[in-house]
Design a protein around this ligand. Structure first.
Ligand code: DAT
Ligand code: MG
Length: 159
């Protein structure tokens, strides 16, 4: 099954939204397969945001993501990459619709509370950056699965 990398940025942790945001993904029906509270190093931040190296906001972005603890997570489910992006809402919270995480809980582009991989390829790369294979518990069975999916789910793909 598909996996995505979700990070609760330092603003989400500081503002007390860890539980609220995790709950949204749980209630949707996705399965949590990796979770940790961590401090992002300068080196990891620069690798994670590699595609933005040349952007004028890069320095601020790296300084923000390293400014306090984050919660790094891997979520699994059918179409989880695209669905998680929809649940997060537009990058700029001013354009994010109500009902989305950024639409409901954020105001400023540089404080948009959550990161989510933008494609299956990015997810694979980002999961590899933040988690070692033994930190992921892909094989566990969530007992609500037959109430979330009509068809039985296949074994998850290994990361
Ligand atoms: P997303 O986080 O929705 O994937 P992105 O990958 O384009 O968005 O950018 C990464 C982060 O960088 C984003 O969450 C907020 C910040 N950012 C993006 N564009 C920006 C801009 N024009 N000015 C300031 N910050 C920006
Ligand atoms: Mg992005």
């Amino acid at each position: 099954m598909e996996q995505t990398f979700i990070a609760l940025k330092p603003d989400a942790v500081q503002r007390g939204y860890i539980g609220t945001i995790i709950e949204r993904f749980e209630r949707k029906g996705f399965k949590l397969v990796g979770l940790k509270l961590m401090q992002v190093s300068q080196q990891l931040a620069e690798k994670h945001y590699q595609e933005h190296t040349q952007k004028p906001f890069f320095k601020g972005l790296v300084s923000f993501i390293t400014s306090g603890p984050i919660v790094a997570m891997v979520w699994e489910g059918n179409n989880v990459v695209e669905s998680a992006r929809k649940m997060m809402g537009a990058t700029n919270p001013k354009d994010a619709l109500p009902g989305t995480l950024r639409g409901d809980f954020a105001v400023d582009m540089g404080r948009n509370i959550v990161h989510g991989s933008d494609s299956a390829e990015s997810a694979k790369r980002e999961i590899g950056l933040f988690f070692s294979p033994d930190e992921l518990l892909s094989g566990w069975h969530r007992s609500t699965e037959s109430w979330v999916y009509e068809e039985a789910q296949k074994e998850p793909a290994s990361v």
